[in-house]
Design a protein around this ligand. Structure first.
Ligand SMILES: *Cc1c(COP(=O)(O)O)cnc(C)c1O
Ligand code: SF4
Length: 334
């Protein structure tokens, strides 16, 4: 049934695919929509950025009109500050190349492999550590070399689909992938790292729930929300659908200057996530990627923020504050 439906839908775009195509790509247009064309912010925008603007309209709807400091706008708007270069900010901050056994497959940590399932994303986050990643070298999936590698290493118990955003792939393709991993007996869990339930909640549909819960693999989704304003009513609904289907849903955030470097914002984010039964997992210190210097928060401030969160929240709503360092066997707690 699922396969049949998705085959038909490949010719006729589904609701989420249509919304994806309608995403806004022009910074000038975005400023117009937000009534910011005449603001001083307009002077500092890059109108034709190398890593282009991409933001779904539903996400724009969560931004405040007329507010140049809106925390959602600041995550997506290309600003001239991106041209600033600083020692230590590189094209590849987390050592992806050395961890690449087979094209598209990263094996950095014990028992877990991470697949670059696609280069596509529904939103372009200006602080993204993979914004310079050469996705052209990523192979199409499922792919014999990748499956053979996972099959040959019986220590691997978890396959993580990442990207880009794996949920930009069609449900057809994802069904094939999930079933191929389920055939490898030592694989126990299928994890998705995705921002789509937050930025394009229409993506959570019956087809997705069917393949994600339709194999013997235990499903885990790690979503990516940074600010409570991102959790709109459609997002609440999407998260609840995932939870009700029996999927463990966790959240990871990136600590970002001017966006969520404030303890009451972080506390509110944990609270609203948990009202949907989503647990905070990681709060990442920024990966030092070129173009993102203006988002960095010092370790000292980060630790102070975490202390305030510990005071204000039950322990299970305090995320782990971590930094990723190339070559380390896990994400390093601060
Ligand atoms: C982050 C990451 C993982 C997952 O790490 P967890 O600590 O299990 O969340 C796995 N592989 C790679 C390459 C990663 O970057
Ligand atoms: S959704 Fe994730 S991978 Fe895509 S641009 Fe944002 S941070 Fe990068």
């Amino acid at each position: 049934m699922i396969t049949e439906t998705s085959t038909i839908l490949q010719h006729k775009p589904t609701n989420w695919q249509r919304k994806l195509r309608q995403a806004i790509n022009n910074p000038v247009h975005l400023l117009e929509l937000l009534e910011l064309s005449d603001s001083s912010l307009a002077q500092t925008v890059i109108t034709k950025p190398r890593f282009n603007l991409c933001v779904p309209k539903g996400y724009v709807a969560c931004m405040r009109r007329g507010d140049p400091y809106d925390p959602l706008l600041r995550q997506v708007l290309p600003l001239k500050e991106e041209n600033k270069q600083l020692q230590g900010f590189s094209l590849e901050p987390v050592g992806d190349t050395i961890a690449k056994k087979v094209p598209g497959l990263l094996h950095k940590y014990q028992k877990r492999v991470l697949l670059i399932a696609t280069g596509a994303c529904a939103i372009h986050c200006r602080y993204c550590f993979r914004q310079h990643y050469d996705y052209a070298v990523s192979p199409s999936l499922p792919n014999k070399k990748i499956l053979d590698t996972i099959r040959a290493d019986t220590s691997i118990s978890e396959v993580i689909l990442s990207g880009g955003d794996p949920l930009c792939l069609t449900d057809n393709r994802l069904t094939e992938l999930a079933y191929s991993f389920a055939e490898i007996s030592h694989v126990q869990r299928l994890r998705l790292h995705t921002r789509l339930p937050i930025v394009l909640p229409e993506r959570v549909n019956e087809e997705l729930l069917a393949w994600l819960t339709g194999t013997r693999l235990q499903p885990v989704i790690v979503v990516h929300a940074n600010h409570p304003n991102e959790i709109s009513n459609p997002v609440n609904k999407a998260l609840q659908q995932l939870v009700e289907a029996g999927i463990t849903v966790l959240n990871q955030s990136v600590l970002l200057r001017g966006i969520n470097d404030n303890s009451s914002v972080l506390v509110a984010l944990s609270e609203v996530l948990f009202s949907n039964q989503v647990l905070p997992y990681y709060l990442h210190q920024l990966d030092r990627v070129r173009g993102a210097t203006h988002f960095e928060v010092s370790d000292k401030t980060a630790i102070q923020l975490l202390t305030k969160m510990r005071e204000a929240l039950p322990g299970y709503l305090v995320p782990k504050l971590v930094r990723e360092i190339g070559g380390m066997p896990y994400k390093l707690p601060l």
